[in-house]
Design a protein around this ligand. Structure first.
Ligand SMILES: [Zn+2]
Length: 87
């Protein structure tokens, strides 16, 4: 997937942007998530490729507490957006 153009052009307008690889039950990287929130807005937008069923979707959600979780609308599994671990 590519970065939405509005983000590239206006990166300073965003309060939160993250992109993570997602693993299935066996630990294989099968999915990906891209999550972002604009300054002054409460809802997060996301693009998700579910690691469990492969469904791709784009939506928005209000996330209040960390760790953030998204739910796949197809298989219903909860997807954890893990904290980045320093290498
Ligand atoms: Zn799914």
């Amino acid at each position: 997937m590519k970065l939405p153009a509005e983000i590239k052009d206006n990166i300073k307008d965003f309060a939160y942007i993250t992109r993570r690889k997602l693993r299935d039950e066996d630990g294989e990287v099968k999915g990906e998530v891209f999550l972002w929130r604009k300054k002054g807005e409460e809802a997060f937008n996301y693009w998700l490729k579910c690691p469990y069923c492969g469904t791709e979707e784009e939506s928005s959600v209000t996330l209040r507490r960390r760790p953030y979780r998204l739910k796949c609308s197809n298989c219903g599994k909860s997807i954890l957006i893990e904290k980045l671990v320093p290498k």
